[in-house]
Design a protein around this ligand. Structure first.
Ligand SMILES: NS(=O)(=O)c1ccc(CCCCO)cc1
Ligand SMILES: [Zn+2]
Length: 266
């Protein structure tokens, strides 16, 4: 076999660590990237933070789409029925989609962590500022454009509300597949305790724009092993290509830099 004329200095094909997804790049000059580790002792209790006002209309739910990063449950944002306001938000934000991040094994999966504690999965409810912008795509690139509610998932009792979603996943096994999905109320995945942390951040997947007000719920919701297995049975790859299970679709943690995480005392 030809000897590889490649010593350490000259070798250009440096191997990337196996777990580095292609989009795990550090955005150029980013000062407010997400996700982060939330150190509760360093967060600032802010008495002016009111409870979030969340109201979703299950009839706005449209479809599930496997976009090759996660599966997105997409909502009709042409009306003002599914919105979040209050808390750190100056305006009302419309629900556009929700999705999850999870690991291949139970010791990893969430994007944010609490005092370095990792959860096996994390839910993101993605909303856009419909008072300031005309479309989601415009809001993605704008200051105060998006509000994402993060909810941690821990393994335990099966989540009855989630089962309807889990039953639909085999229909979107492959990248670029979609299936009609209606009458689902994401409120069933909001913890009963409305305490949260909030900080200014970014999208955790491309284009990683710094347009997100993050609201991370302090308490996790529970779901079952079989439900997490259903997430792990999805594929990153389209029909006909080599099967790659959709797992470990979380970004590496980013530096806090000059940011303060605020906490509620509800
Ligand atoms: N993981 S996340 O909640 O930060 C998130 C939310 C929304 C997008 C949308 C990108 C749309 C590109 O057209 C990407 C990432
Ligand atoms: Zn996400």
């Amino acid at each position: 076999a030809p000897s590889r004329n490649c010593n350490l200095l000259a070798c250009s094909q440096t191997a990337k660590p196996a777990n580095q997804q292609s989009w795990q790049t550090q955005i150029q000059g980013g000062s407010r990237q997400s996700p982060i580790d939330i150190r509760s002792s360093e967060s600032v209790h802010d008495p002016q933070l009111t409870p979030l006002s969340i109201s979703y209309d299950p009839s706005d739910c449209l479809q599930i789409w496997n976009n090759g990063y996660s599966f997105l449950v997409e909502f009709d944002d042409s009306k003002d029925n599914s919105v979040v306001s209050g808390g750190p938000l100056e305006n009302h934000y419309k629900l556009k989609q929700f999705h999850f991040h999870w690991g291949a094994e139970n010791n990893r999966g969430s994007e944010h962590t609490i005092n370095s504690l990792v959860y096996p999965a994390e839910l993101h409810l993605v909303h856009w500022n419909a008072e300031k912008f005309r479309t989601f795509d415009e809001a993605i690139f704008s200051e105060n454009g998006l509000a994402v509610i993060g909810v941690f998932l821990k393994l335990g009792r099966k989540h009855d509300g989630l089962q309807k979603l889990v039953n639909a996943l085999p229909a979107v096994k492959y990248k670029d597949s979609t299936v009609e999905f209606s009458n689902f109320n994401p409120s069933c995945m909001i913890p009963s305790c409305l305490d949260y942390w909030t900080y200014p951040g970014s999208l955790t997947t491309p284009p990683q724009t710094e347009s997100v007000t993050w609201v991370i719920m302090k308490k996790p919701i529970e779901f079952g092993d079989d439900q997490l297995s259903a997430f792990r049975s999805l594929l990153f790859t389209p029909f006909g290509e080599k099967l790659e299970n959709m797992v470990d679709n979380f970004r590496q943690q980013q530096p806090l830099m000059n940011r303060v995480v605020r906490a509620t005392i509800l």
